[in-house]
Design a protein around this ligand. Sequence first.
Ligand code: IVH
Length: 743
Amino acid sequence: MTMDIASLQQQAEDLRRQIRHHDRLYYIDATPEISDQDYDKLYHALQDLEAAHPELLTPDSPTQRMHGGIADGFQTVDHTVPMLSLENTYNAADLERFHESVLKGLRGETPTYVVEPKIDGVSIAVRYRDGVLVQAVTRGNGKQGDDVTANIRTIPSIPLRLNTENPPAFFEARGECYLPRAGFARLNEHRLAEGLEPFANARNATAGSIKLLDSHEVATRPLDVLFYTQGLIDGVEISSQQELFQTFAKFGLKTQKWLRVVHDFDGIKDAIAELDGLRQGMPYDTDGAVIKVDSFRQRAVLGMTAKAPCWAKAYKYEPERAATKLKAITIQVGRTGVLAPVAELEPVFLSGSTISRATLHNEDEIARKDIRIGDTVLIEKAGEVIPAVVKVLQERRPADAIPYDLPGSLHGKCPSCGGPIHRDPQFAAWRCENLQCPAQNVRRVEYFAARNALDIESIGGVVAEALCDSGLIREPLDLFDLTLDDMASLNLGTAEEPRVFGPKNAAKVLSALEAARTKPLGNWLEAMGIPDVGAATAFQLGRIHKDLAEVANSPYLKALLDLLDYQNGSAPHRVDAALPPEDLFDLRKPVGLDDLVPQLKRAGLIKKSSAKGAYVTTTIGPKTAQSVLTFFAGPIGRKWLERLATLDIVPRGENAGADQNADGPLAGKTFVLTGTLTSMGRDEASAKIRALGGTAAGAVSKNTTYLVAGANTGVRKTEKAAELGVQVIDEETFLKLLQQGRL
Ligand code: IVH
């Protein structure tokens, strides 16, 4: 049966309407009505129809969220009306002045205010022409911003078409783009696992995500947008903030749930206090409240200054602080010998816990803040980090407060080993340079056993200290020589009041140590505490190398240094004068760019820079690369390698599973599995792929050779495969490939 084009079009529109409806229910209202499978069916039906009749395709079709390849950069676009920011206030007095200025400006009219949470994200303007999304623009300088349409289109809650039969000719909705807290945490976990630097906070991660050049990458970031104001609007009358929100809701544009309508200053204060109690529980970060005059007519009367409207104010919540007495300043000797001053405080309750110590950073900070022993100080806890001393309450300084002199108080000696201390000329830090300093040993053991490293639960600071003090161990690898009796009889108390570790805990430590032996290379690199190597670098190194021996002589790191030298026009880098002549990167045999670049690109260590033909490093810079090579070439690194060999510990890189067969028939082929396989589990399938030399990856990328689609496959991976031109094979074909090694 053939259908005329009009009825096919009708069919496509029908499917699109249904999909948009379910998208709204799922992404905006969070009340889905159909199962994922049923949704996928609708989606596939539309995809098939559009594939068979490309003439039916429209840019606002739900199948067209992702389009285009990798952008070179972003176009600068004019804002329809300036994108203003708000003036901040931090206290009730300022806010009261705002209210009074509104009353004055309105000459006797009473304002109605709307109080909304201030979302801590990145502002964005989204433009709809005749109801169809045409452009999305960042704030930029307020007059012009970047065109980030391709990226914003990938956000599932953003409608590609407004939900209305009679769309306005033009409608610009403005709001905040953000990463929900849970999504942000997941993103950082993935980044760490991939050897990438985690983002400092959700706002930075959002800003970074919106500016990615590859919209496929953006689509993997769980971004969302909440709308709260408008740009240019043509073809719909809106006369207040409350009406604006109703219009947003009608059009399918997502808005915040929490909102208070108040009429006076007490109402504003109550709303702000109520919000402060709630905001910790919100799924996204907020840093204040925004108070807006509701009526647009009244807004026009109130007008604006050069920078900000006079009809709205942002009230920022202060991070929680507490005042307490600084009893003493002690010194903690760090893993690298840095002497860190620590504030010993009168215990005080702050943001859910009792604080008795806080960091003072370094000598210069103490001087800059003029912190003296005996002072009353303000301490602050921002997020998860260790509390810090913000400032001294000068008015509460006692006459006998004592200024602090770091080297003087230590009589020029390390408080742990009594060795000499030096001030690093480049940094504000004093250091103990004795590598055998007991305090440094303790910190190194603690670091070695930390969760990020070898995760030897129950070896924290106290146990590490007891082990070192008792002479049972001197350095981390000594842990592997401990016996059950050694551990069980370890005294964590004092000679007068002993408190033994006990056999049960001892057994736990020994089994954690046993598990640590086979932890991946990345964890071991982290545990070794190589200078300049943080967790992200350690995991990145672990991902691209086979084993420690390869890291120690890393062809990647050498190539990276060579490439940078080559680009800088300096003589190629010589890492090790004793390189054997056959070494791939031996400089006596000059190597051209062509040899280095593909390897480094594949390892994710470099990317193209904006300068033509040049490359820049990604996670690992030249200083770190050199530091790793120097470490392993020096006595400490060599000792690690020797000891590990004696202990028969051979950490493996992720890409070098013992079962990997580099010459196998599937060598160089990358597989991604999706859906359920009937003949075997995923782990088994992955193992089989590796045994034949292939790689099993988690996500579809342009490096994927085959996407193996089992039963009940979701749309995401197959859609991505289709876009990237990756071949999708079914289970039967996959089995054939495993058997025959080829198709
Ligand atoms: S209204 C004309 N409402 O905070 C001003 N802004 O410093 C329109 N923000 O640039 C802004 N949540 O990026 C408004 N509920 C909210 C907000 C909000 C966050 C951001 C926005 C703005 C900045 C003001």
